[in-house]
Design a protein around this ligand. Structure first.
Ligand code: PGA
Length: 257
């Protein structure tokens, strides 16, 4: 596994764009600036079907490629699934695990746990996505996140924990405008809370080594406040990652933070 970066700018292209030609065009626009970032590691997660065309367009360590999902079995009769070795062979080094859009389609904490193990076993860097669907005054959402993190790490040894990136993504803030995103103050509390869960599971030193990033309507308009006051190590960006200029502006903000 490559040495972990200080800060992350991860682009989740989801099920976009629709053609490989558009995907290549987007990548070629992102590449020249992304390779010049010094402290910010750029990870692009295109639809897996485009990886074979995009990955050969860059040879270097400044940009990594990520998958949007993984399956925990090594090989065999699992129609539609993609194994860790297939991802490694395709040049992938990061994997999004438990994204809320996959959880909404039925992924549960048990499969997230198995995927996390499979990812670490193959020396891929997992980006574990957690976040509540809604907030309540009684603080139920805090137990919800505690459960998501605790169950995912159940069988993960202290040695492997620091390789994990946790993406805190409140579902209510995903796919909205910057005005609907989380405030920097709320984010600061949540990043402390995530580290507190890890401290309880392991210890404070280990918890500090885990990168915690934020996702949910990150735009160039709100990125500065979120990164400067949110106590986070970068962003997982959805819709704004499909516009190279917007995405790179967010990267510049992380660089200068
Ligand atoms: P968004 O998506 O930036 O469009 O809100 C974030 C995500 O789903 O990871």
């Amino acid at each position: 596994m490559a040495k972990k970066a200080n800060k992350f700018l991860i682009g989740n292209w989801k099920m976009n764009p629709q053609t490989v030609a558009e995907a290549e065009k987007l990548f070629k626009k992102i590449k020249p600036t992304a390779v010049r970032f010094k402290n910010t590691h750029v990870v692009l997660c295109p639809p897996t079907i485009f990886l074979g065309d995009i990955e050969p367009l860059y040879r270097g360590e400044k940009i990594s490629f990520g998958a949007q999902d993984i399956f925990w079995e090594m090989d065999g009769a699992y129609t539609g699934e993609i194994s860790a070795s297939q991802l490694v062979d395709a040049g992938v080094s990061y994997v999004l695990i438990g994204h809320s859009e996959r959880r909404a389609l039925g992924e549960d904490n048990e499969s997230v746990k198995r995927k996390l193990e499979a990812t670490l076993r193959h020396s891929l860097t997992p980006v574990l996505c957690v976040g509540e669907t809604k907030r309540d005054h009684g603080g139920e959402y805090l137990s919800f996140i505690t459960e998501q993190i605790t169950s995912a790490f159940e069988d993960i040894s202290v040695k492997d924990v620091s390789d994990v990136v946790i993406a805190y993504e409140p579902v209510w803030a995903i796919g909205k405008d910057e005005d609907d995103a989380m405030t920097a103050h709320e984010l600061h509390q949540m990043s402390l809370f995530v580290r507190k869960i890890l401290t309880n599971l392991y210890d404070a030193k280990t918890a500090r080594k885990v990168s915690v990033i934020y996702g949910g309507s990150v735009k160039r308009e709100n990125a500065e406040e979120l990164i400067s006051e949110g106590n986070i190590d970068g962003f997982l960006v959805g819709s704004a990652s499909l516009d190279a200029e917007h995405f790179l502006d967010i990267g510049r903000i992380i660089e200068n933070s």
